[in-house]
Design a protein around this ligand. Structure first.
Ligand code: ATP
Ligand code: MG
Length: 430
């Protein structure tokens, strides 16, 4: 229905016929001249109606189009340096493709924003906000940068099942569902499958949903999130951290270079990681906490308060490495000679965990022992354990939360702002 998108107007010759389309964002009526701004998926277009140039009938029609109506406008392109893209459209015809029946419950194009909840209730309209558009453009570029990076490093992109028969990491946090006449679960991570796929493809990555049933009520947890998972054969955790930190640089550079306009709109500039990122041991974290009068016994997990302190002390991007084995899932490898520790890491940005990873156990006997130590039944992992008899390579990998990464890249404090249709304890619609 259109010949040109908003962005295309910057390249057209003055005087040519154009047909553009979008949603009415604003109408400025100065009596003898009328400026209509429509927005499409790429930006804004100025439609200019002048007395004497445009028919009275068309001007009258234009005056009464409700905001947010979907329009198709035919006309002539005319240079105007004040207009978006340096080009305005002088209309000969305006078709209302879909008349807005009511005004959104808040002003999408400026003014005070209502609560996030009110906006999420009409998310499709909320996403027309200029800032929301910038966030999702950056999310899109982030995915593109991630894929470019992995493909360049020889990884194969895979998809693994999201309906599974057994818990990946033990019971607690799974959504059960009825699979024909059996009980099944939504996958909390592609962990075991991606490990198996290293046997065939060496290096794999997956970008897909993970489902977490912990009833979290925080600004950084969703029940359905997108995870960027990587797994590498013939590698251990230290080399995987190098891959992950290089990925981070690549992504941040892509955003700094490719999303200048969007970052300006958000009034934010993500920090470029300096490599190598600091590697701080879990033990060292306990010392830092002690120095801030926050004693934590060895073996306990770091909670939100601890991470806040560490974020203040360490700032920027850093790895927390060598976690106590008991805090990590059964598939994480114990450290050589220090079996109370593990070959594991978390990638942090200030107090926000972005990724977790480590060397995996590739020895079947050890894996069965670790399962039992964590109170899990090796029998229920029979299908997984079986493949370890056929040359499971030493391997390591990580899971990186895409939504959390986009929070850091766009400067958002609430994960719901970077997710089109967030799912949490309270929200299952729209
Ligand atoms: P947290 O301790 O913050 O709850 P986690 O350690 O349980 O996270 P992992 O199982 O290590 O999470 O998952 C790997 C990554 O996936 C996390 O570092 C995070 O970026 C992302 N992630 C995990 N759970 C969620 C969630 N509920 N919502 C959004 N992202 C998540
Ligand atoms: Mg983790």
């Amino acid at each position: 229905m259109r010949t040109h998108r908003s962005v295309d107007l910057q390249d057209v010759e003055e005087g040519i016929k154009v047909k553009v389309a979008g949603w009415l964002a604003s109408c400025r009526d100065q009596g003898s001249i009328l400026f209509i701004i429509i927005r499409d998926g790429w930006g804004e277009i100025q439609i200019t109606l002048r007395k004497g140039e445009t028919s009275e009938k068309l001007m009258e029609k234009a005056r009464h189009i409700p905001p947010h109506s979907a329009l198709v406008v035919e006309g002539i392109a005319r240079r105007d340096l004040r207009a978006p893209w340096g080009m305005e459209v002088v209309p000969s015809r305006i078709t209302i493709a879909s008349r807005a029946r009511r005004a959104p419950p808040f002003n999408v194009y400026g003014g005070d924003l209502p609560s996030l909840d009110k906006r999420l209730d009409v998310r499709a309209v909320d996403l027309r906000r200029v800032k929301a558009q910038a966030i999702f453009k950056i999310r899109h570029l982030t995915l593109q940068a991630i894929r470019e990076f992995f493909v360049g490093e020889g990884f194969l992109e895979v998809q693994t099942p999201k309906i599974i028969a057994t818990a990946t990491e033990g019971g607690a946090a799974l959504f059960p569902l009825l699979y024909f006449d059996k009980e099944a679960f939504l996958a909390q991570s592609p962990q075991l499958y991606k490990e198996q796929l290293t046997m065939a493809f060496d290096r794999v990555f997956e970008i897909g949903p993970i489902f977490r049933a912990e009833p979290s009520r925080t600004l950084r947890h969703l029940s359905e999130a997108i995870s960027v998972d990587a797994e590498i054969a013939f590698a251990e955790y230290k080399s995987v951290m190098k891959v992950l930190e290089e990925l981070m640089v690549r992504v941040v550079d892509k955003i700094l270079n490719g999303a200048r306009r969007e970052l300006e709109i958000l009034n934010y500039k993500p920090e470029r990681p300096k490599l190598p990122m600091p590697r701080i041991t879990y033990r060292r974290c306990l010392e830092i906490l002690k120095g801030r009068n926050s004693n934590k016994p060895f073996g306990e997990d770091l909670d939100a308060t601890d991470l806040k302190i560490l974020g203040e002390e360490l700032g920027g991007y850093y790895f927390i490495i060598d976690w106590p084995l008991r805090l990590k899932p059964f598939y994480i490898k114990p450290s050589r000679g220090r079996s109370e520790l593990s070959e594991s890491f978390d990638l942090m940005y200030r107090d926000l965990e972005l990724a977790s990873g480590g060397t995996r156990v590739h020895n079947k006997r050890l894996l069965m022992k670790r399962l039992r130590e964590q109170g899990l039944e090796p029998k229920s992992f029979g299908h997984h354990l079986k493949v370890f008899d056929y040359g499971m390579p030493p391997h390591a990998g990580f899971g990186l939360g895409l939504d959390r990464l986009v929070m850091v890249l766009t400067g958002q404090g609430n994960i719901r702002e970077v997710t089109a249709y967030p799912r949490d304890v309270r929200r299952l619609t729209p």
